[in-house]
Design a protein around this ligand. Structure first.
Ligand SMILES: [Zn+2]
Length: 485
């Protein structure tokens, strides 16, 4: 029997995959052959490993070694397998025992001289070991991630010699050093109190943020839509642990810093549908637990608009979708300051780009009207009343949803109607939903938006029962009459 050395890989879906490395020796011309990894996955490993073992003063008996890596599934190529391959060889040469390798997982690239460097797959290994209880032994430090993996034992090793002596019980390794708390930056470019007026839109954004309801803002150019979206970003609650781990998988191990903020992603108007929805690295994936702000919605291609339907419907990334558009091609339809120059035909062509299925997936539709001063000069230092209140309301709703769904990643906007449970709606509230659906000829989706929105409105105000007033506000927040013609 040979020992199986555990290490970690990940698949294209960024899920960790346990990899086992074992080596057997046989008589024959001395050599090392690795089988099992897709071709190229171990380029250079044999050369580095052989040189490192020699440099460390260890000696492999002159035999033929076959290293087998299982399972034989497509995984990302990585030099992180150098260390486990080396240890499998040392085990085949009986220089290390099974017991010394058990309950441990190894990761790290080895230099020709036996130095161990980094670990690209550190976050995957930490995620795995946290669950399995294995100790992680690797070339990278876990210090920046310690707040995410409190139950994990991780030892950082610098050389093969040090690793060997530690495994043999000849050397103690220090545990993770105590984490120093870096202050999390709370500087936001803009907050609600700096924006003059716009109380309805601020309320709409607060409700949207609280329940993750997709929102469309309609208004003339320069009216403050971008500013309002940026201010909404200041309401983002801290990342949940699982979302932080998923977001961190998108940066390379060397870029892992201690703090990470919920993202605000604002794709350019030329972004393609493909780069928007691309799995894992697309703009929507990058906006996990943050905001995707898509301005100039109707200046984008039909392909981009159509590609939004699925993410708006399922929202696997827990993104808040904030969409914004001008009311017409020239931008000034309905504006109090400037006259619209568009012909009726131009307006219709423009409005038609916003398809029925896309409108159906928007929970909140609000008009942003012109105010005299966009930014209040004095407000920020004196009072942060609106901001503080809105942030508290988002947190209230977050807590209510955590209690209701017993799962940290379900929000009202994406809960089923049975999860939301109409038992907690007053009779008047249910009657108003029925009346509105009939008079506004609501689709099933539109009706469900009203049900979900009114739940969130009650949640932000800490009300266990949804009343008619909450439903009335929900209807007001889904103002389809403000849509482009
Ligand atoms: Zn116009």
């Amino acid at each position: 029997m040979t020992a199986k050395v555990k290490t970690i890989g990940h698949n294209a879906m960024m899920q960790p995959i346990l990899i086992e490395v074992e080596a057997v020796s046989s008589k024959g011309l001395p050599g090392i052959q690795i089988v099992g990894l897709p071709s190229g996955g171990y380029r250079g490993t044999v050369r580095r490993v052989r040189s490192a073992i020699r440099a460390t003063g260890l000696r492999l008996p002159p035999l033929f070694y076959t290293v087998n890596i299982t399972p034989n599934v497509p995984i990302q190529a990585s030099s992180d397998y150098d260390l486990p391959v080396t240890l499998a060889l040392l085990s085949a040469a009986k220089l290390i025992t099974d017991t010394e390798l058990a309950n441990r997982l190894f990761l790290g690239e080895i230099s020709l001289t036996g130095d161990i460097k980094g670990a690209d797959q550190l976050i995957y290994a930490a995620e795995w070991c946290q669950k399995s209880g294995d100790d992680l032994i690797c070339g990278a430090s876990i210090n920046n991630l310690a707040h995410l993996f409190a139950d994990l034992t991780c030892h950082t090793v610098e050389t093969l010699d040090q690793t060997y002596r530690y495994l043999r019980g000849l050397l103690q390794l220090p545990g993770p050093s105590p984490t120093t708390s870096e202050p999390i930056s709370t500087v936001q470019p803009v907050i609600f109190d700096q924006i003059d007026g716009q109380d309805l839109v601020k309320r709409a954004l607060t409700v949207a943020m609280a329940g993750k309801h997709p929102i469309l803002m309609i208004g003339s150019p320069g009216i403050g839509k971008t500013l309002l979206a940026e201010a909404a970003a200041s309401l983002l609650p801290p990342l949940s642990q699982s979302d932080e781990i998923e977001l961190r998988k998108q940066v390379t191990a060397s870029q892992l810093t201690r703090t990470i903020q919920p993202p605000f992603v604002s794709p350019s108007t030329t972004v393609t549908a493909q780069s928007l929805i691309r799995n894992l690295t697309g703009d929507i994936s990058r906006s996990r637990s943050g905001i995707l702000f898509l301005d100039e919605l109707l200046c984008r291609t039909t392909a981009v608009l159509d590609s939004l339907r699925r993410p708006l419907e399922t929202n696997e990334t827990n993104t808040l979708f904030i969409l914004a558009t001008n009311p017409c091609p020239c931008g000034y339809y309905g504006d109090t300051d400037q006259a619209c120059r568009c012909s009726a035909a131009e307006q219709r062509r423009y409005g038609r780009k916003l398809s029925g299925p896309l409108i159906d997936r928007l929970a909140i539709i609000v008009n942003v009207s012109r105010t005299n001063n966009l930014i209040r000069s004095s407000a920020i230092s004196e009072s942060k009343e609106q901001q503080t209140t809105a942030f508290e309301k988002v947190l209230n709703a977050r807590q209510a949803q955590l209690n209701r769904y017993k799962d940290e990643n379900i929000y009202n906007a994406y809960a089923s109607i049975s999860q939301i449970n109409l038992k907690h709606y007053s009779e008047n509230a249910l009657n108003l939903i029925d009346q509105a659906s009939a008079s506004l000829a609501h689709s099933v989706r539109a009706r469900n938006h009203i049900i979900r929105l009114s739940r969130t409105i009650a949640d932000v105000d800490l009300q266990p029962t949804v009343e008619a007033e909450h439903v009335a506000e929900a209807i007001q927040l889904r103002n389809t009459s403000s849509l482009p013609l």
